[in-house]
Design a protein around this ligand. Structure first.
Ligand SMILES: Cc1ncc(COP(=O)(O)O)c(C=O)c1O
Length: 390
């Protein structure tokens, strides 16, 4: 990897040490430019007219995203964030009383809130799959929990609060054997880890643009396996998702765009497309390799410092590094680092409540690295942490 060139492509690296890639990564120039150019065109020629003129380029977004995750363009829906994508998928499932939903310990708050919301209307059972000895979702336990009542296995691939990478491919084998729906929250993994929907064997997968993909805020997408699209009816539809055919009828689309809205932030879509192209050009295997190498260095150096506890779990660990410093709050550390132009974020208890409660954790410092970060930045970060800790 030509790190110098990649950093030259990323003006933000001149201003900050950005270890908040799990929040929102720094956009490459080519991404921000494509958004600005599109907005300029809209302001000069009109929003609808600009969309018409750029129709082919907008269309390409579907195949570029599809290729990136090994899906067909018809299986991709563009949405405004990962949560909107995930909710569209989840609430499209026709749940009945007695259905079981199996989920992971590290489930993201918004997903779990939707399970609870559903439970207010339908008597579904929400069950949490135990972790194995490494802290990842236990494939053996999941296997033992399966029966004909399991309607959905819903897994967060990489959680918001640790380096954990859940074994989604192995879980997919179980889902396929038992013929239940399988939904993967890949919000933190797309752009970081080589996500391949065929290898995972999932029916649905949600992702966001702004995190490891390095796209703009307010963008996301949903993958839905073409064999399942007709079995999934979106909770709400508009005149883009379906055609109004008579006073009592409508015809719903038969591709994944039945999960979309008519109105879309096209400038954001152009940025997302560029971001996926940019990641594809670098190569996701190389990206993953570099991220894990940097994160490993960061964990190793943090572990050398006194009064620091690292909280990452899992057998395979990605770019999200979480830790605490004895007697200094995570919020104070974030503020201290921010004053030194070092960006991190905090992981709160309520964003992954089950996992945090089980491990008796409340607030963590989350330093999430990307391939454009450097060993030197890690050393500067370690010096800053050493200074505040002592
Ligand atoms: C694991 C996970 N899932 C879902 C989301 C929600 O993503 P978005 O804010 O794009 O809706 C996040 C955001 O941090 C996340 O970490």
């Amino acid at each position: 990897m030509h790190i110098t060139k990649l950093r030259r492509d990323t003006p933000g690296t001149e201003n900050v040490i950005h270890f908040n890639n799990a929040g929102a990564a720094l956009m490459p120039k080519t991404v921000s430019k494509s958004i600005i150019n599109y907005l300029r065109e809209e302001s000069l020629y009109g929003g609808y007219e600009t969309a018409d003129k750029n129709r082919n380029s907008i269309e390409e977004t579907y195949s570029i995203i599809g290729k990136f995750i090994n899906a067909h363009s018809n299986e991709i829906a563009l949405l405004e964030n990962a949560t909107a994508a995930w909710n569209m998928a989840f609430f499209s499932i026709d749940f009945s009383d007695g259905d079981r939903i199996l989920t992971s310990k590290s489930e993201y708050a918004s997903n779990y809130l939707s399970y609870l919301r559903l439970q207010e209307k339908v008597n579904v059972q929400i069950e949490v799959i135990p972790n194995d000895e490494h802290g990842q979702t236990s494939v053996t336990s999941l296997n033992n929990m399966m029966d004909g009542k399991v309607k959905l296995i819903s897994i967060t691939h990489i959680p918001t609060n640790s380096g954990l990478v859940n074994p989604v491919e192995k879980i997919g084998e179980i889902a396929q054997k038992h013929d239940c729906f399988y939904l993967v929250d890949a919000c933190q993994s797309v752009g970081q880890y080589p996500v391949d929907v065929q290898a995972i064997g999932c029916d649905m997968l949600s992702a966001t643009g702004r995190k490891y993909l390095r796209g703009p805020r307010g963008t996301g997408f949903l993958y839905v396996n073409s064999d399942q699209i007709s079995n999934l009816l979106p909770p709400f539809i508009d005149l883009h998702a379906a055609e109004w055919t008579s006073k009592t009828t409508y015809q719903i689309r038969n591709d994944a765009r039945r999960f979309e809205n008519w109105e879309m932030n096209y400038a954001g879509v152009m940025g997302l497309k560029k971001a996926v192209e940019y990641a594809s050009d670098i190569g996701i295997q190389r990206i993953w390799k570099r991220i894990t190498k940097l994160a490993e260095k960061l964990r190793w150096e943090l572990a050398e410092l006194p009064d620091i506890t690292i909280h990452d779990i899992g057998k395979t660990k990605g770019g999200i590094v979480t830790f605490t410093i004895d007697s200094i709050s995570a919020q104070e550390v974030k503020k201290y680092l921010s004053d030194k132009n070092i960006n991190v974020s905090n992981s709160s208890k309520s964003s992954t409540l089950l996992d945090m409660e089980e491990r008796d954790l409340s607030n963590l410092i989350r330093a999430s690295v990307h391939y454009y970060n450097t060993e030197t930045e890690i050393e500067q970060f370690i010096t800053a942490i050493d200074n505040i800790a002592n």
